[in-house]
Design a binder for this molecule. Structure first.
Ligand SMILES: *[C@@H]1O[C@H](CO)[C@@H](O)[C@H](O)[C@H]1NC(C)=O
Ligand SMILES: *[C@@H]1O[C@H](CO)[C@@H](O)[C@H](O)[C@H]1NC(C)=O
Length: 338
C-alpha cells in the first residue's frame, strides 16, 4: 500500500521520500560519477545500444543514473531483508517509467476473442505437487527475445504449445512466433507487433498448425504469411477459471500455462528473487508463461518465463508472489489441447 501511495505523489515528493528513506538505510550512498560511468559503459556494451545524438545520449544517461540510484537504494533494503527481490540494470534501464509503460502498452494483449468453449477441470484422481518446475522435465525451451515487436502473446502461446508437445507427445519442438505474427491476423483478434492474444493464436493453430522456429525464424517485425508446413497441431484450447488455486492445479496437471499479467512497473529493473510489486494492477498488458511454482522463505511464488532475452531477470525468468492474484496473473490463463 505504501508504495502505491508514493507512486501517486508528485516527483518532488517522491525524490524527498527516497532521499529520506535513503538516509534511513545505512548502506545507501549516492553513486559517484565513476560508478555511474562504469555501469553505463557496461550497459552500452551489453545492450549494443547507441543514440541518435549526443543530446539524446546525455538525456539517456541522466535517466539511467536516476534508475541506477533507485536500484542501489532498493538493493540496500534487500540486504537488510526488507524486500524479497533484487533490482538490476536491464536493457530497459535507460527508459523512464512512463516510456517503459508505453513499451508494455504496445504489446497490449487483446481481450480473449471469445470465451473458449473449454474450461480446465482438475482431475480429482491426480495428486497436486507442492512444488513443480517444468524446466526439469524437458517441457520448456530456451528463453527467447521479442525485441521491439509487441508480440509477447505469440511467445506465450508457443511456450505452452512447446510444453504440450513435450509432455503429451514426447517431442522436443521449438515453435515459430513469426508464423503466428504473420498469419494469425485480425480474424483471430491479433495485430502482429501491436498485440494479440494467446487464445487467438491457439485458434489459428487448431486450423493450420504451426511451423518450427528453424523453418520460420523470428524477424521482430510483421511480414507476409509464409507458412509452408506444420510440425505441430492442436485440437482445441481451454481457459482456466480466474482463480489462482485453479491455475495451480492446471500448472500441476497440464504443464506450462499461458497467462496475461500487468507488467508495469517493477519488471523494468527486476533482477532476481520473489517479486512483490505494489504498483501493478489488473490491466493485463503482457503475455508470459507460467512454468512452475514453489515456496521460499515463507513466500509462495510462480516461476514465469518471459520473452525479454536470457540476460533479463533470473536467466530470462522471474518469480512472482503467489496467493495474492498479483498483477492479475489469475485473469487470462489458457493452454492448448493436443
Ligand atoms: C498504458 O495503458 C494503461 C491502461 O490502458 C493507461 O492507464 C496508461 O496511462 C498507459 N501508459 C502510457 C504511458 O501510455
Ligand atoms: C477418477 O477415478 C474414478 C474411480 O476410478 C473414475 O471413475 C473417474 O472417471 C476418474 N476421473 C477422472 C477425471 O479421471
Amino acid at each position: 500500500m505504501r508504495a502505491k501511495i508514493i507512486f501517486n505523489m508528485n516527483p518532488q515528493l517522491i525524490l524527498l521520500i527516497s532521499v529520506i528513506s535513503c538516509l534511513m538505510v545505512t548502506a545507501c550512498q549516492a553513486l559517484t560519477d565513476d560508478e555511474v560511468t562504469r555501469e553505463w559503459n557496461t550497459f552500452l556494451e551489453k545492450t549494443k545500444k547507441s543514440y541518435k545524438s549526443p543530446v539524446e545520449a546525455s538525456r539517456r544517461l541522466a535517466i539511467f543514473k536516476e534508475n541506477l540510484q533507485d536500484i542501489e537504494n532498493h538493493n540496500a533494503l534487500f540486504e537488510q531483508g526488507k524486500v524479497t527481490y533484487k533490482k538490476a540494470v536491464t536493457k530497459f534501464t535507460d527508459l523512464t517509467k512512463e516510456e517503459f509503460s508505453q513499451y508494455i502498452n504496445k504489446s497490449k494483449l487483446s481481450q480473449r476473442p471469445k470465451q473458449s468453449k473449454n474450461m480446465f477441470k482438475a482431475n480429482p484422481n491426480l495428486t497436486v505437487a507442492g512444488e513443480i518446475d517444468w524446466r526439469n522435465y524437458g517441457a520448456v525451451t530456451y528463453v527467447k527475445d521479442q525485441g521491439q515487436c509487441g508480440s509477447c502473446w505469440s511467445f506465450s502461446a508457443t511456450g505452452s504449445m512447446e510444453g504440450q508437445a513435450a509432455l503429451v507427445e514426447g517431442r522436443q519442438l521449438v515453435l515459430s512466433e513469426q508464423n503466428l505474427i504473420d498469419c494469425a491476423l485480425e480474424e483471430y483478434g491479433n495485430d502482429g507487433c501491436n498485440g494479440g492474444s494467446m487464445d487467438g493464436a491457439f485458434e489459428y493453430v487448431t486450423f493450420y498448425g504451426i511451423d518450427s522456429e528453424e523453418d520460420y525464424p523470428y524477424l521482430e517485425y510483421q511480414y507476409y504469411c509464409r507458412q509452408q508446413g506444420s510440425v505441430f497441431g492442436i485440437s482445441s484450447y481451454a481457459d482456466v477459471e480466474q482463480d489462482e488455486y485453479t491455475l495451480q492445479l492446471a500448472v500441476a496437471q497440464i504443464g506450462p500455462i499461458s497467462v496475461g499479467i500487468d507488467a508495469t512497473n517493477e519488471l523494468q529493473n527486476y533482477g532476481s528473487g520473489i517479486l512483490i510489486d505494489q504498483t501493478c494492477g489488473e490491466q493485463i498488458n503482457h503475455g508470459v508463461l507460467v512454468v512452475g511454482y514453489g515456496s521460499e522463505g515463507g513466500n509462495d511464488y510462480w516461476i514465469i518465463k518471459n520473452s525479454w532475452g536470457q540476460n533479463w531477470g533470473e536467466q530470462g525468468y522471474f518469480r512472482l508472489i503467489r496467493g495474492y492474484s498479483a498483477c492479475g496473473i489469475n485473469l487470462m490463463a489458457s493452454y492448448p489441447i493436443v
